[in-house]
Design a protein around this ligand. Sequence first.
Ligand SMILES: [Zn+2]
Length: 414
Amino acid sequence: MMKNKILLTIADGLGDRPCESLGWKTPLEAAKKENLNAIAAAGSSGLMDLHACGTPVGTDLGHMILFGYGLEDYPGRGPIEAFGEGLLLQEGDVAFRANFATVDSANMVLDRRAGRIRTGTKDLAHLLHGYKIDDVEVLFQEATEHRAVLVLRGPSLSAAVTDSDPKKEGLPYRKVEPKDTSIEAARTADLLNRLLPKFGEILADAPLNKERTQAGHPPANFLLTRGAGQMPKLAKMTEKYGFTGACVAAESTVLGAARLAGFNTITESCLTGNLDTDVERKARLAIDALKNHDFVCLHFKATDLMGHDNNPTGKVHAVEHYDTMLGYVRTYLPEIHDANVIVAMAADHSTPCERREHSGDPVPIVIAGHNIRKDDVIVYDEMHAARGGLLRMTGRMFHDFLLDYLEVMPKRGN
Ligand SMILES: [Zn+2]
């Protein structure tokens, strides 16, 4: 059992810029946040650039960095989505994001989302999972609505292939082409060009699609692929450093990055990834996870959604909801008797409302606990954090800091 444990709370896309509708305050500055402030007051604050100054990152890479990886480890969207849907990839696997789609007999894409099909995709996935083509095995997993993940497992594969998704309706699906001159890329493109029509036949014959056609719904009779990524050799951080981790989240991307790092994942249907998520339940799950894990990550999504919606008032509400979650965390924390819990607060990137997208603005961080140096910052927001004792660091440095508090970072020198 570790002497210290870490609880890392991540407010997705938290960082912002001054908003006119908030009297030129950021949503974090404008929100009521007594719990966030109390945690900031109990430790040291600072700013974090996830990858580098002024470099926006996606939620997938941002979380990989928070879990200890770097840009050089990023396997592409497909593999992280695969992990998010529970497919544990091996080195060399090539993963694609896929859509169930509707095509006609001339291969024209009539609906890229098969009428946003919501039910029955599990049965369709069963028909495809485990299919063998040459010496390659196909892993296939349905995701939310029309989405799915397709994985090729076998020797000599490559992610250097184009998408079959034309990204527009009324066009034929695209032939997959190799993006480089390697044998592996040519082989992977050829495999897909044979596999996708075959899967189309299997799907078209599925009872569900016959029912859909009879009911006047577009059949899910084809798969459009995109976002190929090949799984590199990546050590699980939990195994590399010898600790146990858990992640409480609703979003599959976050769960995927956590699984990749070797963290156990905890999710329930009442965790919605939106403003209506059950923050009391989230806090409860995180505290319970701390009882048998060294490092627990607690993710909150709604802050990012409000930034993408350019909704400063909504983002203030999201921050206040996050603050409520931290209030429950503070209430339940005394249940952990066997270790000193260090609470860290961070974000995976900024999502400024005015930008409606991720930006490279640094995010405010806090590390707090009995044995943590305390600065004189008592407010959690972007500008107060800039005056804190942690100064400014990269996501990798922040992660290393946390692992050193777990006392698992190897000492260099003698
Ligand atoms: Zn994010």
